[in-house]
Design a protein around this ligand. Structure first.
Ligand code: SF4
Length: 190
């Protein structure tokens, strides 16, 4: 089966979100926050088209937007917000609508995209960027061997959870449940 790159992000945030996507699909309300996120992405794209590359510490390059990527080998596909191609390589960029420090789930989602870009271009990706929309800050993410291994293991865990149809425990941080659109389906959380 093909997973989505966003499943890596969701699984690391709360594995039940992925369970509710594949094992026991339930109706998911489209929230105002989700709609707003789409509008923000389009606005950032518009602004990015007019900018140079200084915030990415690059002297030149070409931006490519919303690229569909797929790896049969990893069993995962997704649409990457943006990537930059230049003489020194290619670099994935994900836009995130958060003013906080990016979470590990965001980091490993980007690492997964980097692995797909490597397959697409046939050359290694050393680092990528999380663009934090509210503060217009760019956060560098190193694509290390350990990070790649972690992504592969996460994909295996997701596939195993789906194959066994095992309902995962709730995340240790109850705050994650407060704004979750699946809250009605998790009777054991506050
Ligand atoms: S309500 Fe909590 S446990 Fe249930 S899916 Fe959402 S984050 Fe996970």
């Amino acid at each position: 089966m093909m997973l989505k790159v966003s499943d890596v992000k969701q699984f690391l945030y709360c594995p039940r979100v992925v369970y509710f996507t594949y094992v026991m699909p339930v109706h998911r309300k489209v929230t105002r926050k989700m709609e707003y996120g789409k509008e923000e992405h389009l606005e950032i794209e518009r602004l990015e088209r007019r900018r140079g590359f200084r915030s990415y510490d690059l002297s030149e390059g070409e931006r490519r937007y919303r690229t569909k990527l797929c790896s049969e080998r990893l069993g995962v596909e997704g649409v990457l917000d943006m990537h930059i191609v230049c003489g020194s390589g290619c670099f994935p960029v994900e836009f995130k609508n958060t003013s906080r420090h990016p979470g590990l789930n965001h980091k490993y989602q980007l690492v997964c995209y980097a692995m797909l870009l490597e397959e697409q271009y046939g050359k290694p990706v050393r680092h990528g960027f999380l663009y934090l929309i509210p503060g217009k800050r760019v956060h560098v993410v190193e694509i290390t061997p350990n990070a790649r291994t972690f992504v592969r293991k996460t994909l295996d865990q997701i596939k195993m959870m789906i194959a066994r149809e095992s309902f995962p425990p709730a995340p240790r941080r109850p705050a994650r449940c407060f704004e979750c659109e699946y809250r009605n389906y998790c009777a054991d959380v506050v």
